[in-house]
Design a protein around this ligand. Structure first.
Ligand code: ATP
Ligand code: MG
Length: 512
């Protein structure tokens, strides 16, 4: 089938300025990208990357400035106008409908398939096959979104954008939720695609920026502060240009702790959404004052483990002993009261209430606490002070503390969750991908915070796919594979190689 989009040989934004109440999100930005180029857009959390892309896609109107395609000025009143011109964006938060199939999701945006009386699903199916073949992107059109891993959903977003005929792709942190393997695959794919498309790529992971892009633009406080050719700069150069200083992630160098077992998981069986056993007789013990890193390829039970410990998923059988109480199948509220802290994977749906203010989100779990309420009345002064303190300490970039948490930038939403969970000093913390979406400076700060609360005696289960993060922080490393703990290694025995072998499911290799 024919799509109407013309080739985009050049896209230019000139003097774009965008103000939100209290924030200058884009400050006189001019940049240009030509056919076949990949431009990396980097900068700290809240620097204005997503805002600029939303302007390009017609989601926001700029206060000043203009957009030119192939030298001609365009006016996008909505994303539909941007699609029609050949622009497509994969957003930082995926926008798929969970209880619909891949085919139905793609059909939603596919205007050509809608006649007045019926939807031509076969036309959409053909188009998916065509795109899948052309770009080597395989997706199952009949799978439900809720059945897919994050990596697969990411692929669906990409296919959807390409089905609509995009000639110019905007990818906002496409790899932040992908496994290292999925990331490598995506990078190869994008490189191949770049012969036909132009791409703007946003990422906090500088190695990827290095591997993929031709040019780099750095934003700070809404303004372009640096432009250059990627091959002329090392990742540490770029980091320094971005933050204004050298970044050094801290290491856990304290002796292995000798705390008492506080979280003791015995023969845990838990089902996945699809009904099979995601945790199969899982055993794991974690002490006070230690960080246990859970390494594994995503989809091996990590999500189910975090959810079942926090009362968000049914335990079929087995025990979760927490400070001497079996909390299996207790309510989330009960488990929070028992002292469990949780940094969830899904920050927008599980971590914050987007329509509540930032300050309310910062006390979400403590609204009954006497520090913040009395006879069902909230103590506003204490709540404001708490939010102001955390805003400064965690460097949350927001114009004020009353702003809806959902309007913060992706990384700053993550900082709100981290600030709340770390500052309330739980007795134990489950941290799932804690630095996902954070800029390097913020990642450094969060790692320091995790080491500090460990030092205070709080036990931490750190779930991550970043082996560097696990190796930097953990006292012990447990490797999860198909819902079981393959092996638990002391820090001194854990390295990329030993973990890699165990993560692939090899149990008692002599070389480990
Ligand atoms: N709809 C909105 N209403 C009010 N403020 C907004 C809105 N969207 C963005 N902002 C503000 O604009 C600034 C830039 O945000 P933006 O999302 O563009 O940052 P970013 O560079 O994408 O950061 P991150 O790396 O954390 O995703 C932030 O201060 C943010 O709070
Ligand atoms: Mg963003």
């Amino acid at each position: 089938m024919e799509l109407t989009q013309k080739k985009i040989t050049n896209l230019r934004v000139e003097h774009i300025t965008k103000r939100f109440p209290g924030v200058l999100a884009s400050d006189d930005i001019t940049l240009e990208i030509s056919e076949g180029q990949i431009l990396a857009l980097v900068g700290e959390n809240g620097a204005g990357k997503t805002t600029l892309m939303n302007i390009l896609m017609g989601l926001y109107q700029p206060d000043e400035g203009r957009i030119l395609i192939n030298g001609e000025e365009v006016h996008f009143r909505s994303p539909n106008d941007a699609f029609a011109a050949g622009l497509g964006m994969v957003h930082q938060q995926y926008m798929l409908v969970a209880n619909m199939t891949v085919l139905e999701n793609i059909a939603l945006g596919f205007k050509a398939a809608w006649s007045p009386y019926k939807l031509n699903l076969e036309m959409v199916r053909d188009r998916i096959t065509e795109v899948a073949k052309k770009y080597g992107l395989s997706v199952d059109p009949d799978a439900y979104i809720w059945q897919l891993s994050v990596g697969e959903q990411q692929r669906v977003e990409l296919v959807k954008t390409l089905c609509l005929g995009a000639r110019f792709l905007i990818l906002d942190e496409p790899t932040s939720a992908l496994t290292p393997q999925e990331t490598d695959e995506l990078i190869v794919l994008l490189k191949n695609m770049s012969s036909e498309l132009s791409i703007i790529f946003i990422s906090h992971k500088l190695q990827e920026v290095k591997d993929l892009s031709d040019k780099i633009t750095i934003l700070r406080h809404g303004a372009v502060v640096f432009e250059g050719n990627t091959h002329e700069h090392s990742p540490s150069d770029i980091a320094a240009l971005m933050t204004g200083h050298e970044v050094d992630l801290p290491l856990n160098e304290e002796p292995a702790c000798e705390g008492i077992p506080v979280l003791d998981i015995k023969s845990l069986n838990v089902k996945s959404d699809r009904g099979f056993l995601a945790l199969n007789d899982l055993n794991l013990t974690i002490c006070s004052g230690e960080i246990v890193g859970l390494a594994g390829v995503s989809g091996n039970g990590q999500r189910e483990l975090a959810e079942s410990i926090n009362g968000l998923r049914k335990v079929e059988n087995g025990e979760i002993q927490f400070y001497g109480e079996n909390i299996a199948n207790k309510s989330p509220h009960h488990i929070i009261e028992a002292g469990m802290g949780y940094i969830p994977e899904e920050r927008n749906t599980e971590g914050i209430v987007p329509s509540f203010s930032m300050k309310e989100n910062l006390i979400l779990k403590d609204t009954e606490h006497k520090e913040f309420s009395r006879y069902a009345f909230l103590k506003n002064k204490a709540i404001d002070k708490n939010a102001e303190d955390l805003r400064v300490k965690f460097d949350i970039r927001s114009p004020n503390i009353s702003i809806a948490a959902g309007s913060l930038s992706g990384g700053n939403i993550q900082k709100v969750i981290l600030a709340r969970e770390i500052s309330r000093r739980p007795k134990f913390l489950i941290a799932v991908y804690p630095i996902r979406g954070l800029d390097l400076g913020a990642a450094e700060f969060i790692h320091k915070q995790l080491l500090e609360i460990r030092h205070e005696g709080i036990g931490i289960l750190l779930i991550s796919e970043e082996l560097d993060e696990i190796l930097d922080l953990s006292d012990r490393v447990a490797v999860i594979f198909k819902g079981q703990i393959q092996k638990v290694l002391a820090r001194k025995d854990a390295n990329r190689r030993s973990l890699g072998i165990l993560m692939a499911g090899v149990k008692d290799d002599q070389t480990v």
